[in-house]
Design a protein around this ligand. Structure first.
Ligand code: HAM
Length: 429
């Protein structure tokens, strides 16, 4: 037998039985984003490698270890996007959309990171990414968080908690960074290999280490909060006051530093205890310096991304289950002539009743087999087209989910009669 081709490790198929969950999630997100005034943007999956290096930072795990980078036939170094913010910022600049304008944007799609796959952590994963570009004040920070809080409520997800922090400005962070390097250097012998490497490149990331041996040392490290500049402090205080006024619960986590370098001021993360080690479902923050760093005019911005696999997993743990929509009408065909005429009749019905779902019996089969398929389609109604009926210009209708007999209907009246029968079923359900 020919050897089968395996899927790429860490990259998953979403099968029809699971896509019901995805659609429920995506429909809810889309509806909410529309209600908050966000517009969809689509950016390429592939960008110049340089974009991610400059935006995300050379000393981040993503850029150091996780990017899918390749040289294309023209000799350019390209990378499969590990996240969407850099591409969206680039798109704003390349398309001349800034010039003081403000944009509320969202995008959905696959991201790629060569991480060690485990439950909730994949090499291809989907994000809904939301970005507000051109907004400097803490009001938008609060609005974005309120949007995510509402999303959980709409979806019925309760096992999530909000953590927030402020990273200050690059200047205030520089002063803190120096203090941190001093502190960790003084305890160099207690650091693991990863942290020693980060000490020169990205010392803030040491605070994020999961190594249990380091936790005590990290707990004693100086706090970024104590180094915040006055404006960042005021920004953070206003955000907290707004969240309090909105009744949105949160905790301030002074060790929340995020894995990407472009953040400044507000960062936040929705975490859950329902997914094991991969506890972040939705994370983001402000990135006021990124657009300048990429060659655009100074533009404040903030955004977040939600991991769809993780959100779907939270949905699956809920008691209520979304169901794939059922067919409305299953068309049963009796005889060769009926099969030929059936196609035409159903197409006419689809014209007349565009919102109804018709499932045509395909591939023949006796009556019993066809009714079995009708049953599986969960249709409310069977439309039976037989040769005898055809010659008399009629068809038969049979409700499938109600105790009612079959009735004949002139072809010309089919749309009205089908609609009436379906409404009757809808009412009785
Ligand atoms: P991030 O924290 O790297 O941020 O990713 C955001 C979310 O994507 C995470 O909270 C998680 O739910 C999901 N995620 C990340 N990596 C994986 C993975 N390997 N497998 C499954 N899910 C994953 C960003 O990407 C930023 N661009 C967010 C942002 C937008 N900040 C400002 N604007």
């Amino acid at each position: 037998m020919t050897e089968q081709i395996q899927p790429v490790r860490g990259m998953n198929d979403v099968l029809p039985a699971e896509s019901v969950w995805w659609q429920h999630l995506e429909d809810t997100v889309r509806e909410l984003l529309l209600a908050y005034g966000y517009e969809e943007i689509r950016v390429p999956v592939v960008e110049h490698t340089e974009l991610f290096k400059r935006a995300i930072g050379e000393f981040t795990d993503v850029v150091e270890k996780e990017m899918y980078t390749f040289t294309d036939q023209g000799g350019d170094s390209l990378t499969l996007r590990p996240e969407a913010t850099a591409g969206i910022a680039r798109a704003m600049i390349s398309n001349g959309l800034l010039r003081g304008a403000r944009h509320k944007l969202w995008c959905i799609g696959p991201m790629f990171r060569h991480e060690k796959p485990q439950k909730g952590r994949y090499r291809q994963f989907y994000q809904v990414d939301v970005e507000a570009v051109g907004f400097a004040g803490p009001d938008i920070d609060a609005e974005l968080i309120a949007l995510t809080a509402r999303l959980w409520r709409r979806l019925g997800i309760t096992r999530v908690k909000l953590q927030i922090n402020s990273l200050g400005t690059p200047d205030s962070r520089r002063a803190y960074r120096e203090r941190l390097v001093e502190y960790f250097s003084a305890h160099h012998d207690r650091l693991d290999e990863d942290s020693r490497r980060r000490l020169t490149g990205n010392p803030l990331r040491i605070l994020d280490s999961k190594n249990p041996d380091l936790q005590q040392l990290i707990a004693g490290a100086p706090l970024l909060t104590d180094y915040l500049d006055a404006d960042s402090q005021a920004h953070f205080a206003a955000l907290r006051a707004t969240l309090d006024a909105m009744g949105i619960g949160y905790s301030v986590n002074p060790r929340l530093v995020r894995g990407l370098d472009y953040y400044s001021r507000t960062v936040f993360e929705w975490i859950t205890d329902a997914l094991g080690a991969q506890d972040a479902v939705c994370s983001g923050g402000r990135y006021d310096g990124l657009i300048t760093q990429l060659g655009g005019e100074p533009t404040a911005a903030i955004g977040f991304a939600m991991g769809l696999e993780r959100a779907v997993e939270l949905l699956r743990q809920l008691p209520s289950q979304p169901q794939a929509p059922a067919a409305d009408v299953y068309v049963v065909l009796n005889g060769e002539q009926a099969a030929i005429a059936g196609g035409r009749i159903v197409e006419t019905l689809r014209d007349a009743l565009p919102h109804r779902r018709f499932e045509m019996n395909l591939g023949g089969g006796n009556f019993k087999a066809q009714f079995r398929r009708a049953d599986r389609s969960r249709a409310a109604l069977a439309l039976i087209i037989g040769e005898n009926e055809l010659s008399r210009g009629v068809a038969a209708l049979k409700p499938l989910r109600l105790e009612a007999g079959q009735s004949e209907c002139p072809m010309t009246q089919l749309p009205e009669r089908i609609e009436a029968a379906l409404r009757g079923t809808d009412l009785q359900e």
